[in-house]
Design a protein around this ligand. Sequence first.
Ligand SMILES: C[S@@+](CC[C@H](N)C(=O)[O-])C[C@H]1O[C@@H](n2cnc3c(N)ncnc32)[C@H](O)[C@@H]1O
Length: 219
Amino acid sequence: MQEIEITDDGSATIYVKELDEHYHSVKGALTESEHIYCKSAYLHHSNGTPLRLLEIGYGTGLNAVVTAMVADSTRPLHYISIEKYPVSPTTLSQLNYGEIVDKELYKAITDAPWNKAVEITPYFTLEKIEGDYLTDNLPQDIDIVYFDAFAPEKQPEMWSKESFERLFASLSPNAVLTTYCAKGAIRRMLIEVGFSVERLAGPPNGKREILRATKKGSV
Ligand SMILES: C[S@@+](CC[C@H](N)C(=O)[O-])C[C@H]1O[C@@H](n2cnc3c(N)ncnc32)[C@H](O)[C@@H]1O
C-alpha cells in the first residue's frame, strides 16, 4: 500500500507500507533531489555534449523535473530513467509537485510515454524505460548516474558488487554517480569496483553525508 506524506520542506513523497520505506528523504524530497542529484552530479559534470544520464528508479519523476528545469544550451541532456514498478497515475496526481516545480514541465514529463525518447525541451530529452535494472541490458556511454534505489537494507540486491560492476562497465570515462547512501560498506564496494569516491555534505537539514563516485580517466 502507498500513502502520500509531506516532507519537512513541504514537498510530497510516497511511503510504501510493505517496505516501510519512503521514495525520498522525509527531511525534504525537493531539497534532496536538488542537492544530491541535480547539484552534486548533473551541475557538477560538464564534460560531453550532450550528456547522457541514467537514473536508477524513476519513481515520481521528481529528480527528472528538477533536472529538466536547469538543463540549458551549455549541457543538453539525454535523461534515461529505469523503473520496474511505475507509480500509478492516480498516486502521481496526488503529489503536490505541480505547485512547487514548473507545472507544465512536470506534466510533460509525467505524460511522456514509456520506452521512447521524447524531447521535452530543446535541452532535455527524456527516455523512461519500464524495465528491471538488475536484468535488462543497460544503456551505454553514460556520463552521470543518479543512483536512487530503495535503501540497501530494503533492497540489497540493488546494491550488490555485481550490479555495480555491470553499471561501471556502462559508463564513460570521468562519469559521476551520486547517491544519498553514505554507508561505509557501499563506499568500499564502489571503490572495489573502480570508482574514486568522495564524501560530500548532505542536503541542508538532511543527511550528514552523501557519496559521489567518479570513474577516473579512460579505462
Ligand atoms: C527511492 S525510489 C526512486 C525515487 C525517484 N528517483 C523519484 O525522483 O521519485 C526507488 C525506485 O526504484 C524502483 N525500483 C525498484 N526495483 C527496481 C528495479 N529492479 N529496476 C528498476 N527500478 C526499480 C522503485 O519502484 C522505486 O520507484
